[in-house]
Design a binder for this molecule. Structure first.
Ligand SMILES: CC(C)(COP(=O)(O)OP(=O)(O)OC[C@H]1O[C@@H](n2cnc3c(N)ncnc32)[C@H](O)[C@@H]1OP(=O)(O)O)[C@@H](O)C(=O)NCCC(=O)NCCS
Length: 363
């Protein structure tokens, strides 16, 4: 009774109806339209539900992504739409569903799982920790960064190929196909702004809003900084209200440029992260260290202990969340204060891993 299962094909519509009823009540679109890659029959093996009799009472959805960054390729499980119907809460259903999601992600050889939530304590019990960095830049007043040679368009009827080409200039992000982008372009309540040159080449793009979330937030963007500022300036003017750009901390050039305008910059966490398949993950980190010419870096799990250090100075912790924070950041003084100066220097050189996973891919 009350076991976590994967819905069958026949249960797909009642499963979507369960998520809609509990997470999108009163909206005139289905949650499936907001998360077209996750809430999709092709992704059925990554749905988890608990049924009581014929009724679905709890569920969650995973979407696996490949992420590129300087450290190499990672496989990550994004977990979302975690929900239990109100009359069945506090009976351990969501924890059960989440544990099953974690196990499935491990089996699918994911390096880590990530979710976006403000229920920190709920997810900490399952080993997730706030980690990674998200920079939000609030454009308080008009920017007046114009370029008359650039044509700006507001329409989601744009070439996915052109968007993908610009997106792929990012040094970190998920691996996407033209099909993925075409699906993302259909998300309701989302404005796609694009900047074109005189030869109709796409220079930059920015996406504001995403279904029930992110109104007045630009959560997706690509292109060179000069073209992006022209685009942001246009959007700010059109909106006649502050807008917020969300960016990874490695977008240094953009952040520096935006600071020249009337912009408030805030640093926050990217999400709640749990490392999975430690051996795999740590082997990638050690290989990255060697590629950077750092010989003698140690990151290893031995039974319940995590070992991290440099040459003969090895430190131990049994808290996986300590390691998550060191690897993904943000690295606070507190997290590093116990290390000797030489090891600290190595950790500073290697971590946090500059990576980004958000926007259209969040679930
Ligand atoms: C959060 C939610 C998914 C929990 O589902 P659930 O089946 O009741 O969860 P479980 O019974 O497995 O776990 C309950 C535990 O979570 C804790 N919890 C429940 N709601 C919480 C909240 N809002 N904040 C922090 N902890 C919470 C309970 O105190 C309990 O802890 P305990 O086991 O130490 O007593 C459910 O309340 C829900 O569907 N909320 C609305 C949708 C939502 O917010 N989803 C999260 C989106 S990321």
């Amino acid at each position: 009774m009350n076991e976590t299962t994967m819905p069958t094909k026949d249960e797909m519509s009642s499963t979507l109806e369960f998520f809609d009823r509990n997470l999108r009540d009163g909206f005139d679109w289905s949650i499936q339209q907001e998360y077209p890659l996750a809430m999709n029959e092709a992704n059925l093996n990554n749905f988890r539900i608990i049924k009581q009799g014929d009724q679905i009472v709890s569920g969650a959805v995973m979407k696996m992504h490949i992420i590129k960054c300087v450290m190499g390729l990672f496989k990550a499980a994004a977990i979302g739409s975690v929900v239990t119907s109100p009359e069945h809460r506090n009976q351990g259903f969501s924890q059960k569903v989440l544990n099953d999601c974690i196990e499935a992600s491990e089996q699918q050889v994911c390096d880590f799982a990530i979710l976006w939530s403000d229920l920190y304590d709920f997810y900490r019990k399952l080993g997730f920790e706030l980690a990674g960095t998200e920079v939000s830049m609030v454009i308080n007043s008009e920017m007046n960064s114009q370029d008359s040679s650039i044509r700006i368009m507001k329409s989601n009827k744009v070439s996915a190929e052109a968007l993908l080409k610009v997106y792929n200039y990012h040094t970190t992000g998920t691996i996407r196909t033209v099909r993925d982008i075409n699906a993302y372009l259909q998300i309701p309540n989302s404005n796609v702004y694009t900047a074109w040159d005189k030869n109709n080449q796409l220079l930059a793009y920015a996406v504001e809003g995403k279904g029930a979330d992110l109104t007045n937030y630009i959560h997706e963007w690509g292109g060179m900084v000069t073209h992006l500022t022209t685009l942001f300036s246009h959007i700010r003017k059109e909106k006649q209200a502050p807008i917020t750009i969300i960016a990874p901390s490695n977008a240094q050039n953009l952040i520096r440029t935006m600071k020249q305008f009337d912009v408030t910059v805030n640093y926050g966490f990217l999400g709640m992260i749990k490392i999975l398949n430690y051996d795999n993950f740590f082997a990638k980190a050690c290989r990255y260290a060697r590629n950077l010419g750092v010989e003698g870096f140690v990151l290893h799990k031995e039974e319940k202990q995590f070992l991290i250090g440099y040459k003969d100075k090895i430190y131990q912790t049994e808290h996986e969340t300590d390691i998550t924070r060191i690897i993904f950041g943000p690295q606070s003084e507190d997290a590093l204060k116990g290390f000797d100066p030489e090891t600290r220097k190595v950790l500073d050189q290697l971590f946090p891993v500059p990576f980004w996973f958000w926007g259209w891919d969040s679930v």
